[in-house]
Write a protein that binds this ligand. Structure first.
Ligand code: GLP
Length: 241
């Protein structure tokens, strides 16, 4: 595990974007595993900036996203498909048929999850997986207690995650109760894992996840065992470690 300290959110975003950009330069046809949430938005903005300056080319890149709400169509403003297009894909030259997000509008959970695992397998696995972290230690939507050996699966969101995501939906009742997510096994199979974390509200969980025991109760703690895991955090998120 490697920890990179950043001064603030902008510095964290730039450092994370540098690592992603190095991956794309070293292997132009790489597979990037991407994440949603507020934390990576600055990283995506930095990548767009470098793309506009001609410093990075996504024409051969494939992307696979971590998760999607079950029941939201792609064009719903809170779907992760929509989020990724708004915050990254619409502004870079990734090819539309190289973009993959779990299909939240397929009500058949087993079929949707199997289809997604088949896609990840077909593209040759993930070269670099970007992650944020939830306050309860969730990664993707792998909530506390999720078995480490799972591939893509359907999860019931915890009350804490529903609360945290209410800010995006405006109304708690509108937050979907389930999601399809890559499993911990899928994430651990990525060749490189990059987590971004910022803000004082993440300091406790960062300490628990990376300086405490490895346990399914703190899903992110398994990353301590990953051979190439990089955490880029700002001062506030790393203030307790
Ligand atoms: C959601 C996403 C996670 C993300 C988490 C934290 O639950 N499914 O992938 O890491 O939110 O989000 P934020 O970065 O906004 O704190």
């Amino acid at each position: 595990m490697k920890i990179i300290r950043a001064k603030d959110y902008n510095d964290m975003s730039r450092k994370a974007a540098n690592i992603i950009s190095a991956q794309v330069i070293m292997k132009p046809h790489c597979v990037l595993g991407l994440a949603t949430g507020g934390t990576p938005v600055g990283t995506y903005a930095q990548l767009i900036d470098w793309y506009n300056k001609g410093d990075i080319d996504f024409s051969e890149v494939t992307t696979v996203n971590l998760d999607e709400y079950r029941g939201l169509p792609r064009d719903h403003e809170q779907s992760y498909w929509y989020f990724m297009h708004k915050n990254l894909f619409n502004s870079i030259n990734v090819q539309p048929d190289h973009i993959f997000v779990p299909n939240g509008s397929n009500p058949d959970a087993d079929a949707a999850c199997k289809e997604y695992d088949d896609i990840i397998h077909m593209v040759g696995g993930v070269d670099l997986q970007l992650l944020g972290i939830g306050h309860d230690g969730h990664i993707g939507f792998n909530e506390p207690g999720a078995a480490f050996e799972l591939g893509t699966h359907c999860v019931d969101l915890t009350e804490e995650t529903i609360d945290a995501n209410t800010r995006f939906f405006g109304n708690r009742d509108d937050v979907p109760r389930q999601a399809y997510t890559m499993g911990i096994k899928t994430i651990m199979q990525a060749r490189k894992v990059l987590m971004v974390a910022n803000g004082a509200d993440k300091a406790d969980i960062i300490k628990k996840a990376f300086f405490g025991p490895v346990t399914p109760e703190v899903p992110a703690s398994i990353l301590q065992m990953h051979p190439d895991f990089i955490l880029v955090g700002d001062e506030a998120a790393l203030s307790k470690v």
